[in-house]
Design a binder for this molecule. Structure first.
Ligand code: PHE
Length: 341
């Protein structure tokens, strides 16, 4: 019996040593110390032995039991610390490394520019006003001195709705809307989306943004000189450099006299480049002195009031400043374009 115990010991020791993980070790434990384990069996068979033999064998078996328990415990600790070490090595993080930057979006270039324009005009004493995108024929045309069937309506390619209303072709209707409710003197700009029924190309979109401007005071107080001073100040702040402006005669039914305003090319300073088509000048807006009929339709006495109005394209402003060649970039949702602003 003692021999057998000895061979169990040797065998068990080898197996404990070989155990690679806790599962292996558990198997060894069960094999020797479990309910049906080899040592348990020996201990159970003690009762069949003679007294002297029983004492010796019992002692040896119990010693072996203790011995194996300690061996297994030790091995288990070894395995566990190995696992911990490995995990520590693999899961190590350098907490001093800078974190990954979370990408956040930003405002659309049109929104950025609109806010900049609003800010500059506010500094110049203008209020920022809003108006409806769905407009009546009255405000979009009639009240702006463009009678029905007048060929001047063809200047604006209009998208009509089923109920007779239309998508505003310009922001000018807000001249009348505002003057109906507010007594001059007044200074406003009206930024907003406008719509035209036309084929798109590099400089035309079916919808685009305009900024309407209107300044009215008592007769003789607001002149084209004021317009030139204010617009020059605005452009120099927007483009961030000294600019020249020039006026060319034009025609709008709701202004008299009417003109187009050009700015000296902020890219080449009049030397000629692709932005200005080598002319040195960039056409930026239509403008003029408010027509007496527009005052009349707004419920104001044209004998008493005088002022200027202008309308410029927001996209055009950015295109000139940032040298963007195609208006459609603003609406393509191409992240490569948008990311540059
Ligand atoms: N509404 C005109 C357009 O869209 C621009 C304009 C505004 C002209 C105000 C004169 C005065 O073409």
């Amino acid at each position: 019996m003692l021999k057998e115990i000895n061979s169990i010991k040797n065998q068990a020791k080898k197996e404990i040593e070989k155990a690679k993980d806790l599962k292996d070790l558990d198997r060894v434990f069960k094999k020797y110390l479990g309910k049906k384990g080899q040592i348990t069996k020996v201990l159970r068979s003690l009762k069949d032995l003679s007294k002297t033999k029983r004492a010796k064998t019992g002692k040896a078996a119990n010693e072996l039991k203790h011995f194996l328990k300690t061996e297994i415990d030790q091995k288990a600790q070894e395995i566990e610390s190995k696992i911990k070490k490995k995990a520590k090595k693999e899961e190590w993080v350098d907490i001093t490394l800078p974190g990954k930057r979370i990408e956040i979006g930003h405002l659309h270039p049109l929104t950025q520019a609109r806010r900049e324009v609003e800010h500059i005009f506010q500094l110049l004493g203008f209020s920022v006003i809003d108006g409806p995108e769905i407009e009546s024929e009255w405000y979009n045309f009639d009240a702006l001195n463009i009678p029905k069937d007048h060929p001047a309506r063809d200047l604006w390619d209009t998208l009509y709705l089923k109920d007779g209303k239309l998508l505003r072709t310009h922001t000018s209707p807000n001249q009348v809307r505002f003057m109906e409710k507010n007594q001059p003197p007044l200074r406003i700009i009206v930024p907003g989306r406008t719509f035209r029924y036309e084929a798109t190309d590099a400089s035309h979109e079916v919808n685009f943004y305009q900024i309407e401007g209107l300044m009215v005071d008592r007769k003789g107080k607001v002149t084209i000189a004021n317009y030139k001073a204010i617009i020059k100040e605005f452009l120099e702040r927007f483009f961030g450099k000294p600019t020249k402006i020039r006026l060319r005669p034009s025609y709008f039914p709701f202004t008299v006299i009417s003109f187009e305003m050009d700015v000296s090319c902020p890219i080449c300073d009049e030397k000629g480049c692709s932005t200005c088509g080598n002319s040195g000048w960039v056409e930026l807006m239509g403008a003029g002195m408010v027509h007496p009929n527009v005052f009349k339709y707004s419920g104001l006495n044209p004998q008493k009031w005088q002022g200027f109005a202008f309308g410029m394209g927001l996209e055009r402003l950015i295109m000139v400043k940032q040298r963007i060649k195609d208006i459609r970039f603003f609406y393509n949702n191409d992240i490569r374009f948008l990311k540059q602003f």
